[in-house]
Structures are given as structure tokens and as C-alpha cells.
Design a protein around this ligand. Structure first.
Ligand code: ADP
Length: 301
């Protein structure tokens, strides 16, 4: 098959591993920088151009679109979908998952366990907002944040009020969340492909930190999931419409709670912690599903 990887940099670990795994299975792998792709949107023959040349047809496309280029990147992916190329994850599902609040609303509709979460815009609503999530300590999250930046633990009601007021004053969008203390600064990253969790790791925050992000100095180890955790991760990915997803779960004393569903989960942390060949599993999944041309939406919203 001829497979495109939409990625800004072919030297990134995840991109390199996907090229390696694809080539090892006899595929023709091409890395395309989404920002270098431009489009001819017309009724007869939709096209994608790169440096003055029309791209050939691809059988499948693997989107690895960074959060900072979601808008342009999903537009390029949608153009591939219009041309009948099979996307590993569809553009609509990626856009959906990038909106943290919308994602939680969709997950809650399916009855998936979530930390109690509040959202408000007026300073007069702050006291009730804090009560809604069970009071302090609580977590305040900027909706635009990634890799733990913009996630604040407010230990007292006073601190929570001040931070919320400050964010409101800056017109920043944020949500307020119950703090899952019993998670002990750890979370689970469940790597879902299709209807299975194919690898999972536990990420533990460094001492004195509650955020377990590896970018924040957290460490990762192999973990065995409970059946409920597996089922929750698969259901969360399905709810978002993602074939491949990194589902982040907190272990609470009332069961697994989903924090986030990531549409471009990194391979380095999970392959290192689990010693599994995740990249090859992604390629074999594409081999199985792309032939049937199962793009459901063809870019329709
Ligand atoms: P980001 O998307 O920026 O990584 P997250 O929402 O995943 O932000 O939060 C970063 C980290 O903070 C998580 O991996 C988790 O360890 C911790 N965390 C986030 N929300 C909570 C919460 N409600 N209770 C306890 N810990 C949390």
C-alpha cells in the first residue's frame, strides 16, 4: 500500500517508528508536512499539492497532527478523505477530541466515568462552581493546555477563587474538576487500536507533583488493567469515533475515570514502558481496515 504520514517532522520517534514498521511490512511510506500541503477544492477532482506538484493517490493516511496546527491539519486530512483515502483517524473525530469540554460532554452522555467537572463564565457563579465539584482541593484546567501546562491544583477554597478569577479576567476558557486524591499522582495511559487496548502504562508524577505527564518529569511503567478499565478505555475511544487513541484514566475509589482521549498518542513512552511494537500493530490495523474503505463520514461534519 502507499501510506502517507501527516507529520511535521520525519525525525520524531513516532513518525520514525511508523515509517520503519510500514516499510518492514512492504508498504511505501511517505511523510508529508501538513503545512506544506495546499489544496484545490473543486467539484470534479479534489487535489492536494506540495511544492508545485500534485500528490499521487494514497491508500491510507496516518494523521499525526499537533495541537497547535489542528485547524490546518484537519483541513488537509479532510481533503484526503474527499479523495477517498482511508484515514487511520477521521478529521471529524480528531476535531471532536481536541475540544476537551465537548469531549467530556460526549463521554458523559455514554455514561463513561469522569471526574465531576464544572464550567462557568461569570465571577458571581464561582462559589457555586466550587461547591459543584465538591469544594477544595480542586483542579483547574485551561481548555487550550497540553502536556500538563495550564493544569493547576488549588488546595484551598481561597486559592481556587483567586485562580478562577484570574483566568476569567484574562477571558481564558477553563474547567474546574474534582481532585482525585486517591490516584496518588498517577494515571493510566491506555493505547487503544480498534476495539482493544493493545498496551497500557502507569505514569507516576515525580515527588511533590500531582501531574503525571512524562513531559513534567513523570515516569512510566507497565501496568495490568482491570476489565473495567479496559472496557472504559475502548468505550471512550469509540464514543469519540477514534480508531487509534490514547485514553488517560484516573484510578478513583469509585472506578476508572476518563480524563482525556488523545487522537495522536505518542509511541515513545508506551513502546519503551511496555516493550511492545505498537507501530506494527497500527500498520496491521490499517491493512485490515483500509481495504474495506471504511471511511464513514468522508469529511462530513
Ligand atoms: P494535559 O492534557 O495538559 O496533559 P491533563 O488533564 O491530562 O492535562 O492533566 C495533567 C495531569 O494532571 C494528569 O496526567 C493527571 O496526572 C493530573 N490530573 C489531571 N486532572 C486530575 C484530577 N481531576 N485529579 C487528579 N489528578 C489530575
Amino acid at each position: 500500500m502507499r501510506i502517507a504520514i501527516l507529520s511535521r517532522n520525519k525525525h520524531l520517534y513516532s513518525t520514525r517508528r511508523l515509517i520503519e514498521a510500514g516499510e518492514a511490512r512492504g508498504h511505501e511510506m511517505h511523510v508529508l508536512d501538513p503545512l506544506r500541503c495546499y489544496m484545490n477544492i473543486n467539484a470534479k477532482e479534489p487535489e492536494i499539492h506540495v511544492r508545485g506538484k500534485i500528490l499521487p493517490e494514497f491508500d491510507a493516511v496516518i494523521p499525526r497532527i499537533g495541537a497547535s496546527i489542528t485547524f490546518y491539519g484537519t483541513a488537509v486530512l479532510r481533503q484526503f478523505e474527499m479523495m477517498g483515502t482511508y484515514p487511520l483517524n477521521e478529521s471529524v473525530a480528531i476535531s471532536r477530541s481536541r475540544d476537551k469540554l465537548r469531549s467530556l460532554q460526549l463521554l458523559s452522555r455514554k455514561g463513561i466515568g469522569l471526574p465531576v467537572t464544572g464550567f462557568a463564565s461569570k465571577p458571581t457563579d464561582i462559589p457555586d462552581l466550587i461547591d459543584m465539584v465538591g469544594g477544595a482541593p480542586l483542579v483547574i484546567k485551561l481548555l487550550e493546555g497540553t502536556q500538563g501546562i495550564g493544569v493547576v491544583l488549588a488546595e484551598t477554597r481561597k486559592a481556587a477563587e483567586s485562580v478562577i478569577e484570574a483566568f476569567m479576567g484574562l477571558n481564558a476558557h477553563f474547567m474546574v474538576q474534582e481532585y482525585i486524591k486517591e490516584a496518588g499522582g498517577a494515571d493510566l495511559r491506555c493505547f487503544v487500536i480498534g476495539d482493544k487496548v493493545i498496551a497500557a502504562m502507569k505514569r507516576q508524577a515525580k515527588p511533590g507533583e500531582f501531574r503525571s505527564n512524562l513531559h513534567r518529569g513523570g515516569s512510566a511503567t507497565l501496568v495490568k488493567l482491570s476489565p473495567a478499565e479496559r472496557a472504559t478505555a475502548v468505550k471512550a475511544a469509540k464514543t469519540m469515533g477514534l480508531n487509534v487513541a490514547g485514553v488517560d484514566i484516573l484510578r478513583s475509589n469509585h472506578g476508572p475515570l476518563v480524563m482525556e482521549v488523545n487522537s495522536s498518542p505518542g509511541l515513545e513512552g508506551i513502546e519503551t514502558a511496555t516493550e511492545k511494537d505498537v507501530a506494527s500493530q497500527i500498520i496491521t490495523f490499517i491493512e485490515k481496515t483500509a481495504k474495506q474503505n471504511r471511511t464513514r463520514t468522508k469529511g462530513r461534519g
